[in-house]
Design a protein around this ligand. Structure first.
Ligand code: ATP
Ligand code: MG
Length: 249
């Protein structure tokens, strides 16, 4: 990867501590340095409790680091006023969680429209884009269903469509296939591959699955709050619209 490519996410010496009653400080992340470039598909692996979600929450500006610098798209988050953070998050980041986090009693279409409402799009624009995104994830026929009428895989497809609503620079996915069976997880993973390959989307995927991580060009391993290894690999995927994926490494 050339050094000229644009750095989207830049984290330096990120530390995160929780305070469990004074003076008991518990440091969870111990100084993470990480650059993610535009168009990368990176997976983050590591044991339960190693700090993956803590890191993702900081990268997604859902939480703040205790120490260190973090910039997103050249904007220094550490110094951004709190009011700006929600806007930055809504415009630049799409989230996908293991538990979908869809709004209950609200149909798929409205769930996908929601981030666009906050971004100020007109009802007509929101509707058109939400329909397009639901079509992209194969959910056109179920767009008027509420989350409790959808299967896990269908909910996750809606969540991915929602993550894409404002055409974010980056998608942060925390165990998106964690609650799904392997076939359904495969379908979700294929959507991420499509977004990466066809739309050049930058994706950070947290996963417990070494098999899924092995499909991504860069794998970062976290252990006890430190990045302990990093691997990059060239992956060329020939992928017609079939169940089968062929990798030529
Ligand atoms: N609010 C909090 N207060 C205190 N400790 C916390 C808090 N949130 C997380 N932790 C601790 O931070 C550590 C890292 O948690 P984190 O959720 O980042 O792990 P993870 O790698 O995502 O694990 P998993 O794979 O199980 O999701 C854990 O030991 C957890 O107990
Ligand atoms: Mg986690």
């Amino acid at each position: 990867m050339s050094n000229n490519e644009e750095i989207l996410l830049k984290a330096r010496n990120i530390r995160k501590s929780y305070y469990i009653g004074t003076p008991n400080e518990l440091e969870i992340l111990h100084g993470i340095d990480l650059d993610i470039r535009k168009g990368e598909f990176v997976s983050i692996v590591g044991q339960s409790g190693s700090g993956k979600s803590t890191l993702m929450n900081i990268l997604g500006i859902l939480d703040r680091q205790t120490v260190g610098e973090y910039s997103l798209n050249g904007i220094d988050i550490s110094n951004a006023p709190a009011k700006e953070l929600a806007k930055l998050r809504n415009r630049h980041i799409g989230f996908v969680f293991q538990t979908y986090n869809l709004i209950a009693r609200t149909d798929a279409l409205s769930n996908v429209e929601m981030p666009m409402l906050y971004a100020g799009l007109s009802p007509k624009e929101r509707r058109a884009r939400a329909e397009e995104l639901l079509e992209m994830v194969g959910m056109t026929e179920r767009m008027h269903h509420t989350p409790d009428e959808l299967s896990g895989g269908q909910k996750q497809r809606v969540a991915i469509a929602r993550a894409m609503a404002n055409n974010p620079d980056i998608i942060l996915a925390d165990e998106p296939t964690g609650a799904l069976d392997s076939g359904t997880g495969r379908m979700v993973m294929d959507i991420f591959h499509d977004l990466h390959e066809k739309q050049g989307k930058t994706i950070v995927l947290i996963t417990h699955s070494n098999e899924l991580a092995a499909e991504t060009p860069r794998i970062i391993t976290i252990s006890d709050g430190n990045i302990i290894s990093e691997k990059t690999q060239e992956i060329k995927i020939i992928r017609p619209a079939t169940e089968e994926r062929k990798e030529i490494c």
